[in-house]
Design a protein around this ligand. Structure first.
Ligand SMILES: Cc1cc2nc3c(=O)[nH]c(=O)nc-3n(C[C@H](O)[C@H](O)[C@H](O)COP(=O)(O)O)c2cc1C
Length: 176
């Protein structure tokens, strides 16, 4: 399977390690992986101008989104790895997701998907808004959820090493 992993943190911390662990497992299973760190891409938010409607699903904004557009369409699975920022996914990842709009018609396809998130809090309800968002837009696109890994209590970049979340992410990668 072609797997696209989209990460949302600007630092090499907890959610980046979740992505690494997932990729390790998926590579072991023989999948073809591309990882895109959205924070390095410089992707603007969607303008809602509908230029894409009349221009063959091409966005009027010429920025980092163009770099992942074709791989996103071709992917058999799309994985989201993000820290929780103010009860949601990071804005760097959100910007990329909102830009799905231009190619929305091409993304309604039988893909698999998964969510990997880390947060400082220990409370389940703090992660839930991001989980609901993920389930909402992936369900709308007709993608099949393969699993969700949530790493609680992760404040410093290496806190995740004290949890079992990396083992879970590696297993998810193997079984995607
Ligand atoms: C801007 C910002 C907002 C945050 N908001 C929350 C939050 O609402 N709830 C929470 O539990 N942790 C919050 N955190 C903590 C991060 O989610 C946590 O440290 C996470 O593991 C960071 O992931 P990373 O190491 O991959 O960057 C926030 C951190 C930052 C920098």
């Amino acid at each position: 399977m072609k797997i696209l992993v989209l990460t949302g943190s600007a630092r090499n911390g907890n959610s980046s390690k979740l992505a690494d662990a997932f990729i390790e497992g998926a590579k072991e299973a023989g999948h073809d992986i591309r990882r895109v760190d959205c924070a390095k891409l410089k992707v603007n938010g969607c303008l809602g101008c509908n230029y894409c409607y009349s221009h063959d699903s091409v966005c009027c904004q010429k920025d980092g989104f163009a770099d992942l557009r074709e791989d996103l369409i071709a992917a058999d699975a799309v994985i989201f790895a993000s820290p929780i920022y103010y009860y949601g996914l990071s804005s760097q990842l959100r910007a990329v997701i909102d830009r799905f709009y231009a190619i929305d018609g091409k993304l309604h396809a039988p893909k698999r998907t998964a969510l990997l998130i880390s947060l400082a809090d220990d409370a389940e309800e703090t992660a839930q808004p991001a989980v609901i968002h993920y389930k909402g837009f992936t369900g709308y696109l007709g993608w099949q959820d393969a699993g969700i890994v949530i790493a609680y209590g992760c404040t410093a970049p290496d806190d995740i090493l004290k949890t079992d979340a990396l083992t879970k992410a590696r297993e998810l990668g193997k079984n995607i």
